[in-house]
Design a protein around this ligand. Structure first.
Ligand code: DGT
Ligand code: CA
Ligand code: CA
Ligand code: ZN
Length: 580
């Protein structure tokens, strides 16, 4: 079991305990455990495997540690199963809908007699939920919105989950099959789609059968769908399908290309090849006249045979990439190495887990030229946001730390809340001390589209705002995006010289690829930020880079690829033009 799954169990136990009328102490203890586990940068499985004591983790005592071990060993928790059995069927499923708390879920189950998400949808459509006291039309609409997101989540998983599963299966396979040479993921995961239907793996190995056998016998397998000599397919206990193909070294490139897709890209490629008298397939390229098939050990030579460049997987969307290649106009996409700094970083001054110094040291380690520390502003009480006075104290500290880490420039900053009326936290005398101001929405997400758009545009017009953070506030598979007029917002950003953030967190990926594509077309400045709350999360930049690549961005489209001096010019330009 991974941390997310374990955390979910404790989260559910906490909710059910609340319904049972357990003491606040008990409820909080489970909540705290869930929180710790969810945020732990290390998988508990690994932690226990290394012989470490779970009780060293914050909020984990004897009883909870024992439950975690039971979950890790058996995949089940007797205590939880017994607890669940005390409640009506369907309750957990309905509680699972984001925005529906345990008490509301229990009311819906009791008063409406609904036991499935489908029943509930029907009840909302029939107007039954809006008539319930203390719920009403707005709550009913919200539930419906969340419920529909949940539904799409059932079919496809967020890329974060797929990426975690793929990595852990690949590690397992490598451990079990020393004859594996190449092993890569293909499909939508390699193209970096934000949701993934299934995981496709391609590999070469001296002993192909051993790899297929290993896949079928992994501990996490719930069902084996296929088990041949070069192909295998399984479903994990989380319901994730994994397809694996083992292929000869000489054909690896052709198969990887085929399985990377997209289907639409492959179709365009097939038409293109046909016009050259060639046919492309998973085994290679066949000359139609003779029936001879050439094989390709790598993708580069496969594309080269068609007179085409090697398409970065993120561009293989089957849109205009082939036309662009023919016109020799494929972009030189931004890479991880191009990024020179991170402008959205939290520390333990607000809701991050590491001290300022640790975040700075890790950023310097990555070779950054600059970094901005941007803890939460005080409007966000729950995240331990910084009061005016604490903010100014942090500014003092950051100035003394500037240059102390490999000469890296330390910029002062804040992630300020955009309030419901579009104003931002902090008075001018605080704002003017900050080099970087990332303004984000964290509350009041139910505002209607016009009001929300106006609210964000007002923040964009604030001379102190450097960038808008995670524009749509979505959490993939958990929370739908807010409704806004993205086009109008991008226009305002362009006019004012305000950057739009590509938030690299795998949970967010916000802006999303299509927004980035449009922003780039319009000439809106973009920044790639991690929003790191822990040292390890500084790694996430690569995901933001992948989103930028899907939006056809080159380095010049991303402000934080610029060297320090140019970057400082950028962040000061807007302020000088507009600030009093
Ligand atoms: P997914 O799994 O729904 O997130 O998306 P993909 O792109 O990973 O699709 P999947 O797993 O069904 O197939 C993997 C790749 O195999 C796909 O991207 C392209 C290739 N492929 C699958 N079916 C076809 C097909 O009917 N025609 C062509 N040309 N390629 C196909
Ligand atoms: Ca797939
Ligand atoms: Ca597949
Ligand atoms: Zn943040």
């Amino acid at each position: 079991m991974n941390n997310a799954q374990i955390a979910e169990v404790f989260d559910k136990i906490s909710s059910l305990s609340q319904l049972k009328g357990e003491s606040v102490f008990v409820i909080r203890a489970y909540q705290r455990a869930a929180h710790t586990i969810e945020r732990s940068p290390v998988e508990l499985e690994q932690y226990v495997g290394e012989g470490k004591d779970l009780k060293e983790l914050d909020g984990i005592g004897d009883a909870i540690a024992k439950k975690i071990r039971e979950l890790l060993d058996t995949g089940h928790l007797e205590f939880y199963e017994t607890l669940k059995a005390e409640f009506p069927p369907g309750l957990l499923e309905i509680m699972d809908i984001p925005g529906v708390g345990p008490k509301t879920a229990l009311r819906l189950v009791d008063e409406l007699g609904v036991t499935t998400v489908d029943d509930l949808e029907q009840a909302i459509e029939d107007g039954k939920v809006e008539k319930m006291p203390r719920l009403g039309k707005k709550a009913a609409d919200n539930i419906l919105r969340h419920l529909r997101t949940l539904r799409t989540k059932d079919r496809r998983m967020p890329i974060g989950q797929a990426s975690y599963t793929a990595r852990s299966i690949m590690d397992d396979l490598r451990r079990r099959c020393p004859t594996i040479q190449k092993l890569e993921y293909a499909g939508s995961l390699r193209r970096f789609e934000e949701t993934i239907g299934d995981i496709d793996l391609v590999c070469t190995a001296a002993d192909p059968q051993s790899v297929i056998d290993a896949l079928a016998s992994l501990p996490d397998v719930a069902e084996v769908l296929g088990h041949g000599s070069t192909k295998g397919s399984i479903v994990t206990r989380d319901g994730v399908q994994v397809d694996l193909r083992v292929v000869e070294e000489e054909s690896f490139g052709a198969l990887l290309q085929y399985l990377t897709g997209s289907k639409q890209h492959n179709i365009l490629l097939r038409d293109y090849a046909n016009r050259m008298g060639l046919s492309v397939n998973e085994y290679g390229i066949t000359t139609i006249a003779t029936g001879d098939t050439e094989t390709f050990a790598d993708e580069g030579s496969f594309y080269a045979r068609l007179g085409l460049p090697h398409f970065p997987p993120e561009l293989r969307q089957g849109t205009s990439e082939l036309d662009a290649a023919r016109r020799k106009a494929l972009p030189s996409l931004v890479t991880l190495e191009d990024v020179k700094g991170d402008l959205h970083v939290h520390t333990d001054w607000s809701d991050g887990t590491a001290p300022v110094e640790a975040m700075l040291a890790a950023a310097a380690e990555r070779g950054y030229e600059y970094i901005a520390i941007t803890d939460h502003s005080s409007g966000r009480g729950i995240a331990n946001g910084l009061s005016d006075e604490r903010m100014l104290r942090q500014v003092q500290l950051l100035r003394t730390l500037d240059g102390q880490f490999n000469g890296m420039k330390v910029l002062t900053g804040s992630e300020v809340d955009i309030r419901a009326d579009g104003s931002i936290d902090y008075p001018e005398e605080v704002l003017k001390e900050l080099d970087v101001v990332v303004a984000s929405i964290h509350s009041g997400m139910g505002q209607d589209r016009d009001k929300m758009t106006e609210r964000i545009i007002k923040a964009i017009h604030n001379p102190y705002v450097t960038a808008i953070g995670h524009l749509t506030t979505r959490l993939l598979g958990q929370r739908p995006p807010i409704e806004v007029d993205v086009e109008a917002i991008l226009q305002a950003a362009k006019e004012t010289g305000t950057a739009m953030e590509i938030n690299s967190s795998l949970e967010r990926l916000d802006l999303k690829d299509t927004h980035v594509f449009r922003a780039r077309e319009l000439g809106v400045p973009l920044v790639i930020n991690t929003d790191a709350h822990a040292v390890e999360s500084l790694e996430n930049t690569r995901y933001g880079v992948a989103v930028a690549r899907r939006g056809w961005c080159e380095p010049q489209h991303i402000v934080n690829t610029r060297p320090l001096k140019e970057f400082l010019e950028f962040i000061r330009k807007k302020r000088l033009a507009h600030a009093p």
